[in-house]
Design a protein. Structure first.
Length: 291
């Protein structure tokens, strides 16, 4: 197995390959399949490679005390009302699977517990994403590893020792790491994009970037300055919508520009060979001075 790339749904992702662009819908659908489909449509229209959701077994991921905590939200008065309201079930995921296939875009999830892996497996996902919050969950890592599918591991809120541990647990899998900062939204001084190079040197694995910043430029810098082979950004129809992740998300115009800039970078980078271009010849003939 080549450690400088992984294959996601037949698409090679890694060094020397086009950047793999992931539109993270997550929970920004606010429990509404209509919103989810509009976000999928935007990702398709602007040329993202995949959309991603999050899947939780609410009673496993959250304690009874956490679920009972008062929290006013569109679904009720407790945190449990919110978590259950945001969680898509079997019929919704069947619809997501059908819709993404019709739109010819890959989709996958971050499962937050072992039962969610079992829930997702019948959909034959192209890969699994391990959320930063789950990096040290041995049972979850083992369950995902047993599927034999490619794995994207997000490294926010983690030390290098913790990442070492997770990478060892996932040894033998097709694995890509994502550098990220788990603040929402992230400030520029928190991003530490140079860590992309640190992770690549330390683990000899493909390294991508999952951004939670406001704006586009850090995500562009991750690709142009540090050769991130994948970029993941949360997306929304409007950052003013209700929800904890909306402020750290790209609106449609930002989605459009991210794809445009990332796709144009390899063209502008070109070749390291210095040569006289044919297009320069008439300019040279007109302007070149010879002493």
């Amino acid at each position: 197995m080549s450690r400088d790339s992984i294959t996601i749904g037949g698409r090679k992702v890694g060094a020397g390959e086009p950047c793999y662009l992931i539109a993270e819908i997550g929970i920004n659908h606010n429990g509404d399949m209509g919103i989810a489909k509009k976000l999928i449509d935007k990702a398709v229209d602007f040329g993202f490679d995949a959309v991603k959701f999050q899947k939780r077994t609410v009673e496993v991921v959250y304690s009874p005390e956490e679920l009972a905590r008062p929290r006013e939200n569109p679904f009720g008065q407790t945190n449990g009302d919110l978590k259950r309201g945001l969680e898509f079930g079997l019929n919704q995921y069947r619809d997501i699977n059908r819709y993404c296939r019709e739109k010819h875009i890959q989709w996958f999830c971050s499962p937050w517990d072992e039962g969610s892996v079992d829930f997702l497996e019948p959909f034959d996902p192209v890969c699994y994403k391990v959320a930063s919050a789950c990096l040290t969950d041995a049972g979850l890592l083992e369950r995902i590893k047993k599927t034999g599918r490619p794995i994207i591991l997000s490294t926010g809120m983690s030390t290098l020792d913790e990442i070492d541990w997770a990478v060892r647990r996932l040894n033998g899998t097709e694995l890509m790491l994502m550098h990220t900062t788990s603040t929402y939204p992230s400030k520029d001084h928190e991003l530490n994009l140079a860590v992309i190079g640190t992770l690549r040197q330390r683990f000899n694995l493909p390294i991508g970037y999952s951004g939670h910043e406001v704006g586009l430029m850090p995500s562009i810098f991750a690709v142009a300055g540090f050769d991130a082979c994948a970029v993941e950004r949360h997306i929304t129809l409007d950052r003013a919508m209700w929800g904890s992740d909306q402020a750290a998300s790209l609106e449609p115009r930002g989605m459009e520009l991210l794809v445009k800039y990332v796709r144009s970078w390899p063209v502008a980078r070109g070749s390291a060979e210095k040569r006289l271009l044919e297009s320069e010849v008439p300019v040279k003939q007109k302007l070149r001075r010879v002493g």
